[in-house]
Write a protein that binds this ligand. Structure first.
Ligand code: SF4
Ligand code: SF4
Length: 182
């Protein structure tokens, strides 16, 4: 799983080695002010399996996911016509839940999270950050065939009704279908 994120992790580490990191920032990109992360079945299952390994699937986590879905109305879809819907923003349940930043390991983190980085040092409130579309596209291109197959397999195996879902909803749905709820 890590090698499918290798170019993104490499870029993040390279920026950090130049002092360009998130260490002084309030973490705006993970809050309702800027975050609307959605994940594929494969990304979601990787996080679920990792959380299971870490012994972190417990009632506290389920309550946090449910609260996030309710607080930000992530279970209510707003259609914008032409088969598209409005992406709601939300504060990620993994933001500052265990430490100062994100508590999901880079090796399993959603691609979009890994690809979003500051452009310069000492950012304090997300004022100069950007998604590295080039690297995200490069990653997609390298693994799209494999991931399409894996995603289709998971949709079938788990009986999912989505190809991308807000991260908290996706996690809860996959945990339920894998019978992992406490
Ligand atoms: S998974 Fe981590 S980096 Fe991504 S939105 Fe949540 S807290 Fe932020
Ligand atoms: S510096 Fe940018 S990428 Fe890092 S936590 Fe702040 S807003 Fe997010």
């Amino acid at each position: 799983m890590e090698n499918r994120r290798e170019n993104l992790i490499h870029e993040m580490k390279s920026l950090e080695s130049k002092g360009v990191s998130c260490s002084n920032c309030s973490g705006k990109c993970c809050t309702f002010m800027a975050n609307s992360m959605q994940t594929t079945p494969l990304e979601t299952v990787e996080v679920v399996n990792w959380l299971k390994e870490q012994g972190r699937i417990d009632q506290d986590l389920i309550d946090k996911l449910k609260k996030c879905i309710a607080d930000f109305r992530l279970d209510v879809e707003i259609s914008t016509g032409r088969n598209s819907s409005f992406r709601r923003t939300y504060t990620c349940p993994f933001f500052k839940d265990q430490s100062l930043g994100c508590s999901i390991a880079p090796e399993v983190k959603p691609y979009g999270c890994l690809g979003f980085n500051p452009k310069k040092a000492n950012i304090v409130d997300g004022e100069d950050c950007i998604s590295n579309i080039e690297l995200l596209n490069e990653r997609d291109l390298m693994f799209s065939a494999l991931e399409q197959t894996e995603n289709a397999k998971l949709v079938k195996e788990l009986g999912l009704s989505w190809e991308k879902f807000p991260f908290p909803n996706a996690l809860l749905d996959v945990m339920e279908r894998k019978d992992l709820l406490p």
